[in-house]
Design a protein around this ligand. Structure first.
Ligand code: NAD
Length: 443
């Protein structure tokens, strides 16, 4: 099938590459000339495990191509996927300007039946706005072409995006058109063979499903962080509590890890956007407000512990930070907890020596001019001459470090662990002082 994807970010590029991999002919369009130039030259602008090789071989096979030309993009696919960003507006609602710009372009250039598939995360009712934007452009041209709008939210996780796309838990398709339903069934057939993963529903329910999923996951994290903060005050260990509750199949072990807050491009903005949607329809979502408030506070917990350790005097202190990305296996730093920690430290007069296995370029791009930041080539270099160590991301390479070397390189053998990577006894045996999240003793 011939498919166009608008947007070559984490979602658009993975979608395009995976659809091309199973045999579809895909043209990816982006307004960012730099990104398209890189892609045409064989460079992948983001870090996502496994993506590079799929892009390479599908381009070589002639099934994946890139363009900045809107007219060419609209002409290519009978299916037009929208995978552009929906960043938070000033009031927390999703900014739909990029989505509606694509919809208008489709209306401006289409000359036969198209299915417009919205993959971006968009508030309930956006399907109607997309329909209206396409229709109004067709009206301007005096055309009465048929088209359908489908909501097909994406559930991939950065860092595991290829696997998630290739073996999805579910494929949600919101549509009121039998014709569009059949086409979507055909697009996704290769990912849906062993058992039926497609769930068809109306457009509004599909749009809300995406927000409900992310808000539920964010709620689990904030709930665990709330209990962790309690555990600290009560002398209990949240890691024991986690194992204890996870063994109940109604709760399960997934997504109940306490830490220094969730970040990324999705949870913070999607919880905010759903809260805003609720307010717009006259409903005060008390639970979602609390989820966001707990998370915002949790991003400062590591700083509070460091500040407490130094009796509030951080002037001139050097903190080594391991992990800058909002989670492992990505270079994405949007809303990362490391950003809150670094900003708190700089404000208090401390400086930072930071290392991340993949997010160094991104950190340089965001904080390149910041005084008080040294970017280090290895995790060992980050320790040299630092007073203490703080951990913000649970990269595999941080899980079993040389504790003796950590103690030897730091001025004080103290670790502030925002991801509960270690057993407190283990660090004590190595003569270190260990502060983690919600681990009773010693906090
Ligand atoms: P991104 O910011 O990485 O990429 C968006 C891309 O769209 C950019 O390259 C931008 O240049 C391009 N763009 C903007 N306007 C355009 C236009 N008019 N035509 C063509 N391209 C245009 O965003 P992302 O992380 O891929 O997210 C895209 C959407 O998918 C968002 O709504 C997001 O909430 C949702 N989503 C993201 C994830 C994730 O893990 N990143 C997962 C599921 C859903």
């Amino acid at each position: 099938m011939k498919i166009t994807i608008f947007g070559t970010g984490y979602v658009g590029l993975v979608t395009g590459a995976c659809l091309a991999d199973v045999g579809h002919h895909v043209l990816c369009m982006d307004v960012d000339q730099g990104k398209i130039d890189k892609l045409k030259n064989g460079h992948i602008p983001i870090y996502e495990p496994g993506l590079e090789s799929i892009v390479k071989h599908t381009v070589e096979a002639g099934r994946l191509a890139f363009t900045t030309d809107t007219q060419e993009a609209v002409a290519h696919g009978s299916l037009q996927f929208i995978a552009v960003g929906t960043p938070p507006d000033e009031d927390g609602s999703a900014d739909l300007q990029y989505v509606t710009a694509v919809a208008r372009s489709i209306g401006q250039y289409m000359d036969d039946y198209k299915v417009v598939v919205d993959k971006s995360t968009v508030p309930v009712g956006t399907g109607d706005r997309v329909k209206a934007a396409v229709r109004s452009e067709l009206d301007k041209r005096g055309l009465e072409l048929e088209f359908d709008v489908v909501s097909n939210p994406e559930f991939l996780k950065e860092g595991a995006a290829i696997n998630d796309f290739m073996k999805p838990d579910r494929i949600i398709v919101g549509t009121d058109s039998e014709r569009a339903r059949e086409l979507l069934h055909e697009v996704y057939y290769p990912f849906n063979r062993s058992h039926d993963r497609m769930i068809f529903m109306d457009i509004r329910s599909a749009e809300l499903t995406k927000y409900a999923a992310n808000s539920m996951l964010a709620t689990k994290i904030s709930f665990m962080n709330e209990i962790a903060n309690l555990a600290e005050r009560l002398g209990a260990d949240i890691e024991n509590v986690r194992r204890g509750i996870g063994s109940d199949p109604r709760i399960g072990y997934h997504f109940i890890y306490p830490g220094c807050g969730y970040g990324g491009s999705c949870f913070p903005k999607d919880v905010q956007a759903l809260t805003r949607t609720a307010r717009d329809c006259g409903y005060d979502s008390r639970l979602l407000n609390a989820v966001e408030a707990v998370n915002n506070a949790q991003k400062h917990v590591l700083f509070d512990k460091i500040s407490h350790y130094f009796n509030g005097n951080l002037k001139g202190k050097v903190v080594a930070i391991w992990g800058l990305a909002f989670k492992p296996n990505t270079d994405d730093m949007r809303e990362a907890s490391s950003r809150a920690l670094m900003q708190d430290l700089w404000k208090a007069g401390a400086s930072v020596q930071a290392f991340d296995p993949e997010a160094m370029e991104e950190t340089q791009r965001i904080f390149g001019d910041q005084t008080g930041l040294t970017l280090c080539g290895t995790k060992e270099q980050a320790l040299k001459g630092a007073d203490v160590l703080a951990i913000c991301t649970e990269w595999k390479e941080f899980r079993s470090p040389d504790f003796e070397a950590i103690a030897a390189n730091l001025k004080e053998p103290v670790v502030f662990d925002g991801r509960n990577l270690y057993e407190p006894e283990m660090l004590e045996r190595h003569g270190m002082i260990y502060y983690a999240i919600g681990r009773g003793r010693n906090q």
